[in-house]
Design a protein around this ligand. Structure first.
Ligand code: SIN
Ligand code: MN
Length: 264
């Protein structure tokens, strides 16, 4: 009998829900740890243009045992290995805050161009695994994606230089943005989709998928963990100015899933 598996649509659409969500207890643990990381004064933490609202924190798996465990969680690592077809390590880890009322936009972009041009990643043989810490709804700035757009490959975009170095790519002011006319071309015949879901949902998306998110005008946070796994046979080439470890991981050992609870 033919059965439809949740990841079956990944290669066609460039994103898919894994179908195997984290439990409410796991989300509660991760939420508490997220508060700790949002409160930690560190260069890995970025704020919105207002200068105070936390926008994102990178590299939490390097400094926090719970996040070090979550990147080996079978519900994250399992689907990552499944779609990439081989062993992986963490290239990047972040928690995007998208705070109630103050959470700002992410312009339209593809991720791989940053990892290729900034970090020397050779091929787009990586995957983003997102975990919704809060429900993502139509009104709290959910991720927006153009289904199938990953199949256009890496767009040859001109670099905008905001003069902020690697910091610009953590702000609403990305170096490699997709402008309106190009978006219109990419979205022709494809309907833009909101990646909504309940807290704990796990969503995978391709590094070349065209995506963005709007401002959060609602009174509800939309926090989301994003783990970028890269294949261990796709290690980056050396680059002239490597970004900090919290943006471009250099622990290339293949990850093994653990069994058991997140909290022990
Ligand atoms: C991103 O591209 O990493 C931003 C996604 C989001 O949090 O909306
Ligand atoms: Mn992105």
């Amino acid at each position: 009998m033919l059965t439809h598996r949740p990841l079956d649509t990944y290669s066609e659409n460039g994103f898919a829900y894994s179908g195997d969500a984290l439990t409410a207890a796991e989300v509660a643990l991760l939420s508490a740890a997220t508060d700790t990381e949002f409160g930690r004064d560190s260069p890995a933490r970025t704020v919105e243009k207002d200068g105070e609202t936390v926008r994102a924190v990178h590299g939490c798996h390097l400094v926090n045992d719970l996040f070090a465990r979550v990147v080996r969680h079978p519900k994250l690592l399992g689907p990552a290995v499944e779609v990439l077809g081989g062993p992986v390590y963490v290239h990047q880890f972040k928690i995007n805050a998208k705070r109630a009322v103050h959470g700002d936009v992410w312009p339209w972009h593809q991720d791989y161009i940053f990892w290729n041009r900034r970090d020397g990643m050779r091929e787009p043989r990586a995957v983003n695994v997102a975990v919704l810490l809060d429900a993502a709804t139509p009104v709290n700035g959910p991720l927006l994606v153009v289904p199938g757009s990953h199949r256009v490959g890496t767009l040859d975009l001109r670099e905008r230089d905001a003069g902020l170095g690697w910091r610009s790519n953590l702000a609403a002011d990305l170096d490699y943005r997709i402008d309106g006319p190009l978006l219109a071309e990419l979205a022709r015949g494809r309907e833009i989709v909101q990646v909504t879901g309940h807290s704990g949902a796990v969503v995978l998306f391709d590094p070349q998928l065209v995506h963005a998110s709007g401002a959060n005008m609602s009174p509800h946070d939309r926090r989301m963990i994003l783990v970028t796994y890269n294949r261990t046979d796709n290690l980056p080439d050396a680059v002239a100015s490597p970004r900090p470890e919290f943006l471009a991981g250099t622990d290339y050992r293949p990850l093994e899933p653990w069994q058991g609870d997140l909290d022990n």
